[in-house]
Write a protein that binds this ligand. Structure first.
Ligand code: PHE
Length: 450
């Protein structure tokens, strides 16, 4: 299907699979458990859910409205909706955030590749939780291996991305996402039978409000935005490939629902194992890689399951990274009239450079600190907790206050103009008031501005 010279996603399934493919990734399976672990479990989950459904879903709709209405890259979208106005600056926030995230994310995706390889060999015969724990530490700090896998992973992104939207992005997502769901459910069943299951579930689901600090709230907000791929124009870019018949509100809810579901499944897989094997829930970015192998080495057919799991995690990562990269690829091709090949090479090239720095920040660059954080942690913190919510706030103010109400109504309701205007009012209220005020308050307290 062609709309002028721009492609569109071919099928309804394709729209869901690519959007969910972008949302579901390491953010759910790696980042959610580690953030929840560091920030006290249940209360973090509850605040995360608030940000996903009350703040996130309306802002997702706002990105969809802008993207589908303009059918353009993030910069072009704001230029056509608010020519000559400062709103367009949000595109540069989005492009910066996408490159920073692509860089550190690729390091973790590289770990999944190494762990796929190690799974095949049964982790070199090491089966004790302590041994597997040390094995990861040694690996992550070893420089060469992690850098090579980061570059290999980014090269794989290049190969998919040059093929374009329908053939590359959509085809991959249609096959991979359903497979991932099935395998997660198998692992959940297994984790629930572990001796530490009750304690793990209690940690994940029983909110302990004494652990809630402004920092916890800031991190939960960052996690919600990160996990929904929200606030950086990724959903503007993807929805510019939607057809007119794609139902936006329903797509937003399906994405948020499945995204949350996968994060909770990941929590149910990880925390029982953390408590069963006497590990520390607050281990940070290494948590999943240190805990999961212990689970696999504890069950029958461990080599098979482990290989399958890390390979699927790699695939889930790539459906997310291609959506990050697509933001600047669409920007470079449409704004500078570069070929798709050149734009892709440029985006991936920058990410390869920054990604190498992130990979080394666990090893020989671990002395290099930005605001007291390693490069990897700084990229993660600054993009997720600051750039994405700032971007989301600007997008929400723009659609809530500036954008013509007729456009909002047409995009959200399509041909069903008369019904559901109530829902439109709720979404507009969230965009005008609720989202900007909540995000603003979290910044004021979470960053200690007061
Ligand atoms: N949402 C993705 C995940 O959870 C990460 C992502 C962030 C993707 C920003 C695109 C843009 O893994």
């Amino acid at each position: 299907m062609n709309n002028g010279q721009r492609t569109q996603f071919a099928t309804r399934l394709g729209v869901i699979a690519t959007t969910v493919g972008s949302a579901v990734g390491l953010g759910n399976i790696w980042r959610f458990p580690y953030e929840a672990g560091v920030h006290g479990g249940g209360a973090f989950l509850l605040i995360d859910l608030f940000f996903i459904f009350i703040i996130g879903v309306p802002v997702v709709c706002a990105e969809f409205i802008i993207g589908r209405h303009t059918g353009s890259n993030i910069r072009g979208a704001f230029r056509s909706l608010a020519p000559g106005k400062a709103w367009g600056w949000v595109s540069y926030i989005g492009i910066t955030a996408s490159i920073l995230i692509l860089s550190f994310y690729s390091v973790v995706a590289g770990w999944t590749l190494e762990y796929t390889r190690r799974s095949v060999s049964g982790f070199g015969g090491i089966t004790t939780p302590e041994g597997l724990h040390d094995q990861f530490d040694t690996y992550a700090s070893s420089d060469i291996g992690p850098v090579i896998w980061t570059l290999v992973f980014l090269a794989a992104n290049y190969i998919i991305l040059v093929r374009g939207v329908q053939k590359g992005i959509e085809k991959m997502s249609n096959i991979l996402m359903p497979m991932l769901f099935i395998i997660l459910i198998i692992f959940v069943a297994n984790s629930l039978m572990m001796p530490g299951a009750a304690e793990g579930l209690k940690f994940l689901f029983m909110p302990d409000f004494s652990k809630v600090t402004p920092t916890v709230v800031l991190s939960a907000m960052g996690q919600a935005f990160f996990s929904l791929s929200l606030g950086l124009g990724c959903l503007i870019t993807y929805s510019s490939y939607f057809t007119k018949s794609t139902p936006l509100v329903r797509t937003a809810f399906i994405t948020a629902g499945l995204d949350t579901f996968v994060a909770i499944l990941a929590g149910i897989i990880i925390f029982p194992a953390v408590f069963t094997f006497g590990q520390e829930p607050a281990a940070g970015p290494k948590l999943v890689f240190e805990v999961l192998p212990s689970i696999f080495m504890h069950i029958g057919g461990g080599v098979f399951w482990s290989t399958l799991f890390f390979f699927l995690l790699f695939l889930a990562s790539i459906t997310s990274t291609i959506s990050m990269a697509e933001i600047s690829i669409a920007y470079f091709t449409e704004e500078f009239r570069l070929s798709r090949r050149t734009s892709t090479a440029l985006t991936i090239g920058i990410a390869m450079f920054l990604g190498t720095l992130c990979a080394l920040s666990f090893g020989s660059l671990n002395w290099l600190k930005v605001f007291g954080m390693t490069i990897f942690n700084f990229f993660d913190y600054f993009s997720s907790n600051i750039l994405l919510p700032v971007g989301g706030m600007i997008i929400s103010l723009f659609v809530g206050w500036i954008l013509d109400r007729g456009i909002i109504r047409r995009e959200l309701l399509g041909s069903r103009q008369i019904r559901n205007t109530f829902n439109v009012s709720i979404i507009v209220f969230c965009l005008r008031w609720l989202a900007p005020v909540c995000i603003g308050l979290v910044f004021i307290f979470g960053l200690g501005i007061f």
